[in-house]
Design a protein around this ligand. Structure first.
Ligand SMILES: NC(=O)c1ccc[n+]([C@@H]2O[C@H](COP(=O)([O-])OP(=O)(O)OC[C@H]3O[C@@H](n4cnc5c(N)ncnc54)[C@H](OP(=O)(O)O)[C@@H]3O)[C@@H](O)[C@H]2O)c1
Length: 235
């Protein structure tokens, strides 16, 4: 399905991003992933190549850094060629705390990774996709957008900010035949939290659900998808 397609996934060193990279690798895609840890990226690269990826580019960068983000996009295109699908996946919650306990630095870091990096990559990818009149931009949001959970104010604010960007951009990208999809996963058992959550979804299951949403016919645009583990279906 995605053979030879160029797919850039932020935060591909573990969790949902890694699972996505490996799924697209099986199809023979050209894959680019980033994260801060060079070794984990290289080990995902090995796995992806063994599974059949046609090319894999990895770069250790900090998405909080604007120049790193811009350099990463440029290097990706020069190493693996044009990007057909951008998946803004990387994101984090510094900790669970009441609003008055958060520092400004935490606020800035969460907004930098969860919103600004995705904004910059979306802009750069769009300008290239626009010329080809095709492309797909996928933003990983969260059911946190629907929950308004206490002790998650900044993280929730970043995801709602990125949700707003996603929904407006979908309309702006329409004249250029570029699809924009917002993904709202529920709890997933990754290193996103310190403690394991065995009743949450496996990252591989989340990746497969996203993969399926991207596998629709070209005349279909999936606006957004919300999905959860069974333990969260009472919300
Ligand atoms: N897990 C959940 O329950 C859940 C639920 C809903 C939505 N989500 C969203 O799903 C996305 C993926 O989450 P996940 O559960 O797969 O998390 P994860 O296992 O913690 O993976 C996060 C990825 O992002 C990278 N990353 C984080 N900060 C970075 C930075 N400053 N610069 C570069 N890379 C950075 C990490 O690599 P390094 O640490 O090596 O930099 C890692 O590859 C996030 O946007 C998250 O908000 C998660």
């Amino acid at each position: 399905m995605f053979s030879k397609k160029g797919i850039l996934i932020t935060g591909g060193s573990r969790g949902i991003g890694r699972a996505l990279a490996l799924l697209f690798a099986k199809d023979g895609a050209r894959v680019s992933i980033c994260g801060r840890n060079k070794e984990t990226l290289l080990s995902v690269k090995e796995e992806a190549l063994a599974l059949g990826a046609s090319q894999v580019y990895t770069e250790a960068i900090d998405l909080r850094d604007v120049s790193d983000v811009k350099k990463y996009y440029k290097n990706t295109v020069s190493h693996i060629g044009s990007i057909d699908i951008l998946i803004n996946n990387a994101g984090f919650n510094s900790r669970k705390a009441y609003l008055w306990e958060y520092g400004e630095e935490e606020f800035d870091d969460m907004f930098a990774v969860n919103v600004r990096a995705g904004f910059i990559l979306t802009k750069l990818a769009f300008l290239d996709m626009k010329k080809r009149k095709e492309g797909h931009i996928v933003n990983i949001l969260s059911t946190a957008c629907h929950f308004n959970n206490e002790r998650m104010s900044i993280y929730t604010a970043t995801k709602k900010a990125f949700q707003g960007l996603t929904d407006v951009f979908r309309k702006e990208a329409r004249p250029y035949n570029i699809r924009v999809t917002g993904v709202y996963p529920g709890g997933t058992d990754t290193k996103f939290r310190k403690e394991a959550r065995p009743l949450y979804m496996r990252p591989e299951s989340v990746a497969k659900t996203i993969y399926n949403a991207l596998s629709v016919p070209p005349d279909v645009v999936v606006h957004d998808i919300t999905f959860r583990p069974m333990v969260e279906t009472n919300f």
